[in-house]
Each structure stands twice: as structure tokens, then as C-alpha cells.
Write a protein that binds this ligand. Structure first.
Ligand code: TEU
Length: 577
């Protein structure tokens, strides 16, 4: 895209706040809106352009707010609508836009729509959700009578039997998160109306939760059961089929997103940001979703690069091969080079901490956290920073099952152990991949509970906060925080960072991640050593590059051709191609 008419978000960085774990203003141990408002200076100092708020709506909190019972309110846990108005006003005063989480694949089972829907088969809201009778020839409510064999993301079947009417409803996630029926035009109209209401209130866009699951391929049919299970080996998840082919990027998904754009976003494109979270999306599909001419969404969150260290499902943890990571991210860079746009992330509230997962959270924590930031932010796309990533926050030392809070982790443990898995092995996987790693409180200072709360935090603070915290990071010019600040500034001041072409180098090198960006006559080289040993990178023309202008590095005075452990450098040179 010519850089003169590039959208505003091509030079922007988004900061994600998970309200429950960011800052608690009233001492109940749970973060809240006033807490976030009180910490906006932190975001301003970092230099981010957008704040994405994970859900703050009224919710039974079965999935920490991703189960919504009222789309147009604020959960008393987090404050009030006026508190939210105040947060938006204060953010805007600092030049920070606010993007809300939009969770419309499902509601809470306590949402009035679902309460009505389940009340009788002829209720006008019955068709707003997916109700189906038991499988023919089975006894309703008995195991195996579910309409299809799909497994839920949170363990067990995706169908819940409801005694009131003797039918099942679909829930891809928890049983308290029934899926909305997007085939029904009234559902779509209600959601569009609600979205417009938020825009009128001053919000600047939406992060759309599992938005590629809205359209289901009908009728719902059984999914393929993994081979091992067909052979009679029951895996930790139990014997269930993969429903993905019937609900990921279903037949009407582009139509639904184009309609949502036309009904809600059209006319406001110049100021809004829309990002669709899309598990299982391919590069080819993402190009369609983000092609500006199709008017669907600005960018998507894809999952390929955060699945490379997993085998058969997310709990089957495997070592990451750097070559696989480069192959994957390189393909996404190439696939969305001419049409569409990438979002860039290592972290969010569902992923373990990047420094523990892809870096070294021991001896080289600071340096490897900076390396990860550097590599990510120098790609083409819009970078997302998840709260605490800018401090190099690491995974938590969860000792026992009692330390976990997340429904996904607790359900998985129960199911896997009931099916005969070794409890210690299940716990080990939770420690490595569990979402609670991302959800321990933000570490503001070295005081008890890290300055997050004066009460008892809903999930314990990571004990490393005495060292890893915002106060210490701000005072130290060599901190991860100041490195992220420089990265964010680079995107705004060096056009090649935002808009340059991307070329991956050394695809087969097992430890060096290297690539160039080029815009007009400016060329940037990023080179990073993903290992604890020094290495001399085999980059073409390396001996000339080391004489070029060093824009950014993560060790003091890097000069020679050798990269120190976890060292990253960004060079710039000017000249014809
Ligand atoms: O997550 C969607 C999703 O598919 C996964 O990332 C999910 O978190 C899970 O780990 C799969 O193993 C979104 C939200 O980000 C997540 O927090 C919600 O729990 C989920 O949707 C349901 O709303």
C-alpha cells in the first residue's frame, strides 16, 4: 500500500489490559476501571496509541467476563458506566483510543436472551441459540446422546442437555457460554444495534472474540475422531470429534462480517480499529478478511505461531523449533504483503508469558524479553503489547492445582485425570501452557501484592515482583520498559518500520532470526540470537552491515560481528536496492 494513504493503525501499537488483573482501586482484590484510569500515565509513558480492554460487562464470571449477561453495562466488580466514560475521556485526553472486547459468538447462560430461549420451545427467543434434539435412537441426557460428537474448548461435549424442554444447546466454550444463532437476522440486528450504542458512547473499535466461529456449517454433523481414539486409546480429552470444520470460517462468515461492517463501521473507518480473533484461520482466509476492498475487518489474530510448541492439542507441549517459527511468521508476512494487514503478538490473556515460552526467564530474562519485543515490533503489522510484557513479566511458579483459577485449566485437569492421565504430568502442562500465567496481577512495585491491591488478590502475585516491577523499570534506562518505549517510537518515526517490505533471511538457521525491511531507499536489518551461546550470524553482507547505523540493540556498545547470548540488533542504511 502506498504509505501516503496508509490507515492510522499502521503506525500504531495497541496495549491490552485484562481489567481483573491490572489495578485494584477499592481493595476487593480484583482490578477495576478506576484502577485502570489511575494508571493511564504508564500507558502514556510507554507511548501506545490504543487501549484494548478485555470484557468489563456484567457477567457471572464463569470465564472471567467472556460470558456476558448484559452487553450494555459494566459489572459492579469493575465499577459503573460513568467510571467507563471517565476512563474513555481520560484515555482520549492522552491521545489513546479505546477498543472494547466484543464477545458475540456466545452470551452467558444468564443473559435474558438465553433465559427466555431455554424457557420453552415456542418462546420467540428459542431460535436465537442452537437447540437440537438428542441423536436419534438414544436416550436424551445419557452420555452419547449429544446431537454431534464435538469436543468443547473447555473439555467435555459442546452440547448441554436442558431438562426444561428435553433438548440440547450448543456451547463451543463453557456450558455457561451458549452459542448465539447468527443465522437468525434478529440476533444480528440486536448485535449491530449494541455496537452502534458503544460507538455513540465514544469507543474507538472492537476486538472481536472468536469471530470466525459465528457461521456454522449446517446441519451440524459429527467431526472426525483422532486416529488414536479410533484405535481405542482414550486420550486426556476423552473420545470426542473435531467440530472445527463445521464452525471455523463457516459458509456465511464473510457475509456476516461484511454486514456488520456496513451496519456499524461504515462511515467511521478513518477513526476505528477492528480486529477479529480467529483461531484456525489460514493466511488465504486472512487475506480475504482483511482486504480493504471487502470491508470486513482491519486485521485478524491468527494462531499458527502460538501453536508450534504444541502437538496433539494445547496441553501436549513440545519444544519450539526456531525454523518453524520463522517459516510460519514469514509466510504470514508474505501472504499479507500486498493485500491485507497482520496483527503481531506473542502474548495475550490466553497465552503463557512470552519470555518464559520463547526466551530465557532465568539469567537472560531482561535481554531475551527485549529481543522478543525487537523481533516482533520490526515485523510488518500492528504490534500488540499485553500488560506486563513491557516489564518482561514471566510465568508464575504455580505449585499445586489450588493455585489455578482458570476454567479451562480446572476442567482439563478434572477430565484428564478422570480418564487416567498422570496428575503430575497434567499439572506440568498447566504450568507451561495455562492461561493463568498471563493473569497474575500486574507488577507495579516491590511492595506486598506488587501495588496491585491493598486487599487479597484474586490470584497470587508472582513473587518475582520484588525485582520485576514498573517502578524499578521506569527508573532503569536499560529496562525492558524503556526498550519497548523505543520500539514504539521507532514505528512512528521510521516509516520503513511501519510500511517497509519484509524479506526473511537465513530460514534454515536454528538460532538466528534475521530479516530486512525496505521502503524506498531505506533498508533495515533485524538480527537476533535466540540462544544462550554467542553466534556469528551468516547474514549476507554482514561485515558491511556491522558498519551501518545501529538503530537499536539490547546489549551495551555492540560492535563486532559476534552476537552475544540473546542479543538483537536493528541496523539502518540508505542507498539504492
Ligand atoms: O479465546 C478463544 C480461543 O480459542 C483460545 O485462545 C482459548 O483461550 C483457549 O485457550 C483455547 O484453548 C477467546 C478469549 O480470548 C478467551 O479468553 C475466551 O475464553 C474464549 O474466547 C471464549 O470467549
Amino acid at each position: 500500500m502506498p504509505h501516503t494513504d496508509a490507515p492510522w493503525w499502521t503506525t500504531s501499537v495497541v496495549y491490552q489490559v485484562y481489567p481483573r488483573s491490572f489495578a485494584d482501586s477499592d481493595g476487593d482484590g480484583i482490578g477495576d476501571l478506576a484502577g485502570i484510569t489511575g494508571r493511564l500515565d504508564h500507558l502514556e509513558r510507554l507511548g501506545v496509541d490504543v487501549l484494548w480492554l478485555s470484557p468489563i460487562y456484567p457477567s457471572p464470571q464463569d470465564d472471567n467476563g467472556y460470558d456476558i449477561s448484559d452487553y450494555q453495562g459494566v459489572d459492579p466488580l469493575f465499577g459503573t458506566l460513568p467510571d467507563l466514560d471517565e476512563l474513555i475521556a481520560q484515555a482520549h485526553a492522552r491521545g489513546i483510543r479505546v477498543v472494547m472486547d466484543l464477545v458475540v459468538n456466545h452470551t452467558s447462560d444468564e443473559h435474558p436472551w438465553f433465559v427466555e430461549s431455554r424457557s420453552s420451545t415456542d418462546n420467540p427467543k428459542r431460535d436465537w441459540y442452537w437447540w437440537r434434539p438428542a441423536r436419534p435412537g438414544t436416550v436424551p441426557g445419557e452420555p452419547g446422546a449429544e446431537p454431534t460428537n464435538w469436543g468443547s474448548f473447555f473439555s467435555g461435549p459442546t452440547w448441554e442437555y436442558d431438562e426444561t424442554t428435553g433438548e440440547y444447546y450448543l456451547h463451543l466454550f463453557s456450558r455457561k457460554q451458549p452459542d448465539l444463532n447468527w443465522e437468525n437476522p434478529e440476533v444480528r440486528r440486536a448485535v449491530h444495534q449494541m455496537m452502534r450504542w458503544w460507538l455513540d458512547r465514544g469507543v474507538d473499535g472492537f476486538r472481536m472474540d472468536v469471530i470466525n466461529m459465528l457461521s456454522k456449517d449446517l446441519p451440524p454433523r459429527d467431526g472426525v475422531v483422532p486416529t488414536a481414539e479410533r484405535d481405542g486409546v482414550v486420550p486426556p480429552g476423552g473420545t470426542q470429534g473435531d467440530g472445527g470444520p463445521y464452525y471455523l470460517c463457516g459458509p456465511r462468515i464473510h457475509e456476516f462480517l461484511a454486514e456488520m461492517h456496513a451496519e456499524v463501521v461504515a462511515g467511521h473507518e478513518a477513526t476505528l480499529l477492528t480486529v477479529g480473533e480467529m483461531p484456525g484461520v489460514t493466511v488465504e482466509q486472512a487475506r480475504l478478511f482483511t482486504d480493504p476492498a471487502r470491508h470486513e475487518v482491519d486485521m485478524v489474530f491468527q494462531f499458527e505461531h502460538v501453536s508450534l510448541d504444541q502437538g496433539d492439542g494445547k496441553w501436549d507441549v513440545r519444544p519450539l523449533e526456531l525454523t518453524a517459527l520463522k517459516r510460519s511468521l514469514g509466510r504470514w508476512q508474505e501472504g499479507l504483503a500486498e493485500v491485507g494487514w497482520n496483527s503481531l503478538y506473542w502474548n495475550n490473556h490466553d497465552q503463557p508469558r512470552a519470555v518464559s515460552r520463547f526466551g530465557d526467564d532465568g539469567e537472560h530474562r531482561v535481554r531475551s524479553a527485549k529481543l522478543l519485543g525487537t523481533v516482533l515490533h520490526l515485523h510488518r503489522g500492528t504490534p500488540y503489547v499485553y500488560q506486563g510484557e513491557e516489564l518482561g513479566m514471566a510465568n508464575a511458579p504455580f505449585a499445586a492445582l489450588e493455585d489455578f483459577r482458570d476454567i479451562e485449566a480446572l476442567n482439563h485437569y478434572r477430565h484428564a485425570v478422570a480418564l487416567g492421565a498422570d496428575p503430575d504430568e497434567v499439572l506440568a502442562a498447566l504450568r507451561t501452557m495455562g492461561r493463568d500465567n498471563a493473569r497474575t496481577p500486574m507488577q507495579w512495585d516491590a511492595s506486598p501484592h506488587a501495588g496491585f491491591t491493598t486487599g487479597t488478590p484474586w490470584i497470587p502475585v508472582n513473587p518475582d515482583h520484588v525485582e520485576v516491577n514498573a517502578e524499578a523499570a521506569l527508573a532503569d534506562p536499560d529496562s525492558v520498559f524503556h526498550h519497548y518505549r523505543r520500539l514504539i517510537e521507532l514505528r512512528r518515526t521510521v516509516p520503513a518500520v511501519a510500511l517497509g517490505d519484509f524479506t526473511m533471511l537465513l530460514p534454515d538457521d536454528p538460532v538466528v532470526y534475521a530479516f530486512t525491511r525496505r521502503l524506498d531507499d531505506v533498508e533495515l536489518l533485524t538480527v537476533a540470537n535466540f540462544s544462550g551461546d554467542p553466534v556469528c550470524p551468516d547474514v549476507p553482507g554482514w561485515s558491511e552491515w556491522v558498519l551501518a547505523e545501529l538503530l537499536l540493540g539490547n546489549v551495551a556498545d555492540p560492535t563486532g560481528p559476534e552476537l552475544a547470548p540473546w542479543e538483537a540488533r536493528v541496523y539502518r542504511r540508505t542507498g539504492s536496492a
